[in-house]
Ligand binder design. Structure first.
Ligand SMILES: Nc1ncnc2c1ncn2[C@@H]1O[C@H](COP(=O)(O)OP(=O)(O)OP(=O)(O)O)[C@@H](O)[C@H]1O
Length: 390
């Protein structure tokens, strides 16, 4: 069901400000996600990228109201089309989920029940939100599967989840998520378990959703390559905090945070000779229990200096950056005529020194306030220590 061309919007679809999520542990609250802010425009694809444990899924689950751990504390604001999601009663959230906001996961088996055919499950999802007969719902299911590129959709609908390949199951899950035409699709590592060819097909499919369904996508991934191919805007999370955010093209061309630069350095080059070893970031992120007061990346950072330590630096949000003017694909160009920014983005803090500029003096490990998990022998000679390609 292709979406009609929507009128230009003046407000973002999702406006997240100062989102914090803490879990209780041993008598105190442990901050897992701290002061995360971002906006997602209509038909925009935003990549939430970061290492394992950086808080990507907790951020998404908090937005969806799906964290049911006892004692969890969620503060801040998340306005979805003007409706506050933080603190919204579950009954109201349930109504939004599946109708306006849908989520897909790395493992489609978590979305499907193994004992029913995928067609039956998608039919039921459609019928939960629309007054349709079984026959009408099945016709819609088959149409959706076909739109998701599932071959022989009528027959595939009669199959059980375990009878489909991983790629087909992923397509079926996306079909189920889109069955109610959600405005926002949250995709949590949707391609991690797939081989590269199928991964590319699923990313193509996700990219096409905004033109065919008018959906915006919050794409969670640890893979900068996936972000580069798919997302208009990128938000880099490190240890539960925003390290850097901005239009993908500008952020890749001019990373402002040493962590972003290090992540980019670890992507294998697309052309030219492949290096024997790719740079890897030495050390590990701090445990949420021992997060330093200052920049959490400081113990692993080549450019660390004294101003990084006393308090967290402000997240790198580009000044003057308008998320609604993010570059979009051809189909949405008619909605937003904004041209992609080719200008380097100016960040508020922690800008990598320009080429040729002397680096600030680097501190030794013993001068840092935390970093138990970093190399105890001292700060590594270079935080981009050599590692095996991955
Ligand atoms: N219910 C919970 N109670 C306590 N801690 C939790 C809970 N859920 C997640 N965490 C912690 O929050 C941190 C971030 O987890 P999260 O799943 O968001 O990471 P992630 O960035 O999505 O990583 P991955 O890519 O591995 O999924 C982890 O340290 C995790 O142990």
């Amino acid at each position: 069901m292709p979406a009609e061309t929507a009128p230009p919007m003046t407000a973002p679809l999702l406006d997240v400000q100062d989102l914090c999520v803490s879990f209780p542990s041993r008598g105190r609250m442990i901050p897992i996600v701290e002061h995360v802010s971002f906006t997602l425009g209509e038909r925009d694809i935003l990549g939430l990228v970061g290492e394992s444990g950086s808080g990507k899924s907790v951020t998404a689950m908090a937005l969806m109201g799906l964290i049911d751990s006892p004692g969890v504390q969620i503060t801040g604001s998340a306005l979805f089309r003007g409706q506050e999601l933080v603190g919204m009663p579950q009954k109201q959230l349930r109504r939004l989920r599946g109708r306006e906001i849908a989520m897909i996961f790395q493992d489609p088996m978590t979305a499907f029940t193994p004992v029913y055919t995928i067609g039956w499950q998608i039919d039921e999802q459609i019928r939960a939100h629309e007054r349709l007969s079984r026959k009408q719902a099945r016709a819609r299911t088959v149409e959706l599967l076909a739109e998701m590129g599932v071959p022989d959709p009528a027959r595939t609908a009669d199959r059980y989840p375990h009878q489909l390949s991983g790629g087909l199951r992923q397509r079926a899950m996306i079909a189920m998520a889109l069955s109610c035409n959600p405005s926002l699709l949250i995709a949590d590592e949707p391609t991690t378990a797939l081989d590269v060819t199928v991964q590319a097909q699923i990313l193509d499919l996700i990219r096409s959703l905004r033109s065919t369904y008018g959906s915006s996508v919050l794409l969670i991934t640890h893979d900068m390559g996936v972000v580069a191919e798919t997302c208009d805007t990128t938000l880099v999370l490190y240890s539960g905090r925003v390290a850097e955010a901005g239009p993908t093209e500008a952020l890749f061309a001019h990373p402002g945070h040493p962590y972003t630069a290090a992540l980019l350095a670890s992507i294998p080059p697309l052309d030219g000779p492949r290096p024997h070893r790719l740079p890897a970031i030495a050390g590990a992120p701090p445990s949420p229990l021992e997060r330093p007061a200052g920049c959490a990346f400081a113990p692993r950072c080549t450019y660390v200096h004294d101003t990084c330590l006393p308090a967290p630096p402000p997240p790198l949000v580009p000044t003057g950056y308008d998320p609604l003017a993010a570059p979009q694909d051809d189909a949405t160009a008619q909605v937003s005529a904004a041209a992609p920014s080719t200008q380097p983005v100016q960040f508020a803090a922690c800008v990598l020194p320009a080429e040729g500029t002397p680096l600030p003096p680097r501190l030794t490990y013993s001068e840092l306030s935390a970093g138990d998990e970093a190399d105890a022998t001292g700060f590594p000679p270079s935080s981009f220590a050599a590692g095996e390609p991955h």
